[in-house]
Write a protein that binds this ligand. Sequence first.
Ligand SMILES: O=C(O)CCC(=O)C(=O)O
Ligand SMILES: [Fe+2]
Length: 279
Amino acid sequence: MKLETIDYRAADSAQQFVTSLHETGFGVLSNHPIEQALVEKIYQEWYAFFNSDEKQAYLFKPETQDGFFPASISETAKGHSVKDIKEYFHVYPWGRIPDSLRDNILAYYQQANAFAAELLGWIEQYSPQEVAEKYSIQLSEMINNSQKTLLRILHYPPMSGNEELGAIRAAAHEDINLITILPAANEPGLQVKNKSGEWMDVPSDFGNIIINIGDMLQEASGGYFPSTSHRVINPEGTDKTKSRISLPLFLHPNPEVVLSERHTADSYLMERLRELGVI
Ligand SMILES: O=C(O)CCC(=O)C(=O)O
Ligand SMILES: [Fe+2]
C-alpha cells in the first residue's frame, strides 16, 4: 500500500482520491481550496490559548461535550489503558468559543464543511453501483446542517520526560464519524496502519489536507471504504521540545440518517460512545 499525494486540480483527481480511500482508508490532497493562511493563523492563536490560563474557563460540559478537555482527563483509545498525551478543545457552532477566536474558527468550520460536501460528492460518484445503492440518501446530504459535526483543536504539548510509561500522543484508533478532514499539522507524527499491519507515515507536507474514512462510512458502504487505524507517535530528539497542533473536523451525519439495516447515525454513535465508556 502506498499513500500518494493527489493534486486536487488534476483532471482525474476525484477518481484517484476515491481509489486511495477504498484501498487505504486515507486520501491526501495538495492544491485544495482550504485557505492555508487561515489554518496557520488558527494554529498560532490556539497555541497561545492552550498556553494561557483562559482555557480553564471553558472546561468541557459532560452533557454537551463542547469546550476544553485538559490532559488529565484526555481520551484513552479503545483497547488501551494509558491516556493519550494531549489536550483539546471541541468547537461546535452552537457551543462555547472564546470571543477572540470565534470568527476564524467558525470561518474554517464553514470552509471545511463545504469542502467535505464536495468530497462526499466525489465519493458518491465513484462508489461502485452496488455500494452506492446502499446509501439511504446522498452522502453530502447526510451532513447538511448537521449539529453533530465536531471541530477539534488538538494541542500535543512538548514532551516533559514524565509521561506515563507507554503513553503516546494519540494511541491507535479509528474515527467514529463519516469522514475526517485534517490539515497537515505543524509537526510530523501521524501514521496509518497498512493492510499488512505495518505503520506508515502519512505524507504530511505542510499545506496538504488529509482525509480519512470513519466507522460510519465503513458501515454505510458495507465495508467498501475501510475505517483505518491511525495514531500520532511521540517526537524524538530536539523535536521533543515542540508542541504539535492539529485540527481534525469530524463530519457527523444528522442523527436520524439511516446508515445501514442495523444502524442510524444516532444508534451507531451511542453504541461507540458506550464502548468508549464516555456515556
Ligand atoms: O493529530 C492528528 O494528526 C490526528 C488526530 C486524530 O486522529 C484524532 O483526533 O482522531
Ligand atoms: Fe483520528
